[in-house]
Design a protein around this ligand. Structure first.
Ligand SMILES: Cc1cc2nc3c(=O)[nH]c(=O)nc-3n(C[C@H](O)[C@H](O)[C@H](O)COP(=O)(O)OP(=O)(O)OC[C@H]3O[C@@H](n4cnc5c(N)ncnc54)[C@H](O)[C@@H]3O)c2cc1C
Length: 389
């Protein structure tokens, strides 16, 4: 992966007031800040620079057409080398089950795009430096509306006393980059095997040989594989994917994430303080509101859709309503919670279905995949939902 240098954030404290303060400078926080600033809201984006410099994120995100249009609209879509268009998706069950999606059959440019995290973050951070009505700062400021984009463990969500329904998965995701002997051919591949879920996502453009791995495994196996010798690890990946791309070499460090499903119980509210602060409100977006299993690459797509919905609501609000209007925020929660819950339930069901060890269930799920493969109408509908169109 070609290294992009992320520019230092503009740390500027302004004395004038802001309409909206965004807490958390992940991809959702940055994108929302750029969208709102483009609509001429005065925006403060609060980022906390980590004390230690962790290694660079080895993941690549599958981003759908809706997310692509959104990021293009703020001029932050990476070049074709760092946003590889997926033309086909092959999903393999643990027996004869197989489902295939193709962009050509669905008459779309691509099923999804596999986007390197670092270049995307660098573009967002650079765009934030040059957006006149946006200030990046290290300390929170007073504003009528605070949008909390601090990720799944959001400290502010917790300090507001907002509980979140959290169910940990008995799995950990190991991510890494590997170079394969055969080119990936713009195909995203995924294997479900006795509860393990292994995805190889194509990167480095149309002719690339590099793939981004996301392998969801039980805790102990994830730990063992993460610390195994590099060659042993690469061989384990090649054999788990039935040598689909030939021999492989590990080209990055390995990183891992505990997996959980999270849904905040409330997504908006008034600040607890009294007096002049009582007309201030907060609202959640991105992983601070919902976290889902990465098996279908939907988490960030959901977060970006939150950003778009909130921006649209604020743009189209009646002039006499404030940005902290609770009715407006209720509409946002209602619409976004519905989609996040539906996605979470589907992914939860899929993860559980493939974790069942009983041979009858194994046979059934693979037969189900075969049946699904033949149902063109349903397949198209599911693919279009995942594409965000
Ligand atoms: C292995 C794996 C693979 C994935 N693959 C995909 C995929 O292919 N496609 C997809 O759509 N999604 C994917 N996801 C999900 C995706 O990573 C998340 O949904 C997305 O990163 C959430 O973005 P966010 O900005 O809401 O939160 P985060 O990325 O968690 O960002 C939160 C930010 O807030 C900052 N912060 C925290 N506390 C504070 C504070 N007190 N003050 C200020 N800042 C604070 C943090 O430092 C961080 O920068 C994957 C997840 C995993 C684990």
């Amino acid at each position: 992966m070609r290294a992009y240098k992320s520019p230092a954030p503009k740390m500027q404290a302004m004395t004038s007031s802001y309409d909206i303060c965004i807490r958390g400078g992940g991809i959702v926080g940055h994108t929302l800040a750029l969208l709102l600033a483009r609509d001429r809201w005065r925006v403060a984006l609060v980022i906390n620079t980590p004390a230690t410099t962790a290694g660079k994120d080895v993941r690549a995100y599958a981003l759908n057409a809706k997310s692509k249009h959104l990021l293009e609209s703020v001029k932050c879509w990476p070049d074709a080398l760092h946003a590889t268009a997926v033309q086909r998706m092959d999903v393999f069950g643990d027996r004869e089950g197989r489902v295939q999606f193709s962009a050509a059959n669905l008459a779309v440019d691509a099923l999804t795009w596999i986007v390197d995290v670092e270049p995307l973050e660098a573009l967002l951070s650079q765009a934030a430096r040059y957006q006149p009505s946006l200030d990046v700062m290290s300390d929170a400021v007073d504003a009528p509306l605070t949008v909390i984009c601090e990720g799944k463990d959001s400290p502010l969500r917790q300090s507001l006393g907002v509980s979140a329904q959290t169910s940990p998965y008995p799995q950990r995701a190991v991510a890494a980059r590997l170079r394969a002997q055969q080119g990936h051919g713009q195909v995203a591949r995924q294997w479900f095997h006795e509860g393990d879920i292994l995805a190889l996502l194509p990167t480095e453009g149309a002719l690339g040989h590099e793939v981004a791995l996301v392998w969801s495994l039980p805790e102990q196996r994830a730990h063992d594989l993460q610390h195994a010798d590099a060659d042993v690890f690469a061989q384990a990946v090649a054999s788990a994917c039935a040598h689909a791309l030939g021999p492989m070499t590990l080209t990055s460090e390995r990183q891992s994430w505990a997996l959980q499903s999270t849904m905040a119980e409330r997504w908006f509210g008034r600040w607890p303080q009294s007096g002049s602060s009582s007309d201030r409100a907060w609202v959640l977006a991105g992983d601070a509101a919902h976290t889902v299993h990465p098996l279908a690459g939907q988490g960030l797509n959901l977060g970006l859709a939150d950003a778009l919905e909130l921006t649209d609501l604020l743009r189209n609000k009646a002039p006499w309503r404030s940005v902290a209007d609770l009715q407006l925020l209720r509409r946002y929660e209602r619409s976004r919670r519905t989609q996040a819950t539906a996605t979470d339930l589907t992914l939860n069901g899929l993860q559980k279905l493939f974790a069942q060890e009983h041979p009858a269930l194994q046979r059934l799920r693979n037969l189900g995949m075969q049946g699904f493969e033949r149902m063109n109408g349903l397949k198209t509908w599911v693919a279009r939902q995942a594409m965000g169109i």
